[in-house]
Design a protein around this ligand. Structure first.
Ligand code: NAP
Length: 256
């Protein structure tokens, strides 16, 4: 049976855990060779690779800390060195900018260093990953940027984080115009609350807060990483070839 991404190569940043892991595993099941990029957690990244292989797919892990100058060049150097074994022609068809960090400071508590760091990881890194990757990205390819519902829904206690996602959505919009002539689509996917490590501290320990988060979504529950992976898989597929420059809401209908 042919799968939607047979013969394609995908790179997922932050592919070792949470939403990125679900995306990497899904794209692997859909037939892509998957590069699982991560920062520190080698064991988790190797687990994802093993899982994809167990499901009959092909994958490899690449370690590259984002948020430092030169990060994009280092990421692509690691990708180039590893991809040859799996796809000798090199290049990439699907790029998913998923890795990001959160900040919990409100405007009062925010420091310049915190703001610089969150923008460096969440905005500057995707910006330069695309810039440095354009020569590798094949015509007809896909870029999916993982944004957040908080770029649309005001949540002042995470104002800095939300602002990075707003910037990412503007990046998506302009990039779609720029890359359209090459048949490359560029979209953002905006999740709401999702049950990942980043929320584990409260979501898995505070039933009241968990119930509130579930009630915020019209669909009445907190998202699971697979909910987001399905949307990304659609955007990566040929069926989504006519969708570009959009923010696809994947919040389960939060704040409708
Ligand atoms: P997560 O569970 O914290 O996983 C983060 C992933 O990003 C890990 O693979 C981590 O690698 C990698 N990463 C973190 N900092 C990095 C850095 N400096 N350089 C390179 N890689 C780094 O996050 P998540 O909840 O799955 O979130 C994934 C995406 O969804 C993010 O863009 C986030 O903003 C967005 N989002 C999440 C939610 C939510 O409720 N969870 C809601 C809306 C949007 P290591 O394992 O090596 O640390």
């Amino acid at each position: 049976m042919s799968r939607t991404l047979d013969g394609k190569v995908a790179l997922v940043t932050g592919g070792s855990r949470g939403i990125g892991r679900a995306i990497a595993e899904r794209l692997g099941r859909d037939g892509a060779v998957v590069a699982v990029a991560y920062a520190r957690d080698t064991a988790s990244a190797e687990e994802v690779v093993a899982r994809i292989r167990k499901d009959g797919g092909r994958a490899f892990a690449i370690r590259a800390e984002l948020g430092e100058h030169g990060d994009a060049v280092r990421l692509w150097d690691a990708f180039d060195a590893a991809v040859e074994e799996f796809a000798p022609a090199g290049g990439v068809d699907v790029l998913v900018n998923n890795a990001a960090i959160a900040t919990s400071s409100d405007l009062d508590g925010l420091t310049e260093e915190e703001l610089d760091r969150v923008f460096a990881v969440n905005v500057r890194a995707p910006f330069f990953i695309v810039k440095e990757g354009l020569g590798r990205l094949r015509d007809g390819g896909r870029i999916v940027n993982i944004s957040s519902g908080v770029a649309r829904i005001a949540l002042p206690r995470v104002i800095a984080y939300s602002s990075t996602k707003g910037a990412l959505d503007v990046f998506t919009l302009n990039l779609a115009k720029l890359l359209g002539p090459r048949g490359i689509t560029v979209n953002s996917v905006a999740p709401g609350y999702v049950d990942t490590d980043v929320n584990a501290g409260w979501l898995r320990t505070d039933p009241e807060a968990a119930a509130e988060a579930a009630a915020a979504a019209a669909l009445g529950r907190v998202g699971q990483p697979d909910d987001i992976a399905g949307v990304v898989a659609f955007l990566a597929s040929d069926d989504a070839r006519w969708v570009t420059g959009r923010v696809v809401d994947a919040t389960g209908g939060t704040a409708l």
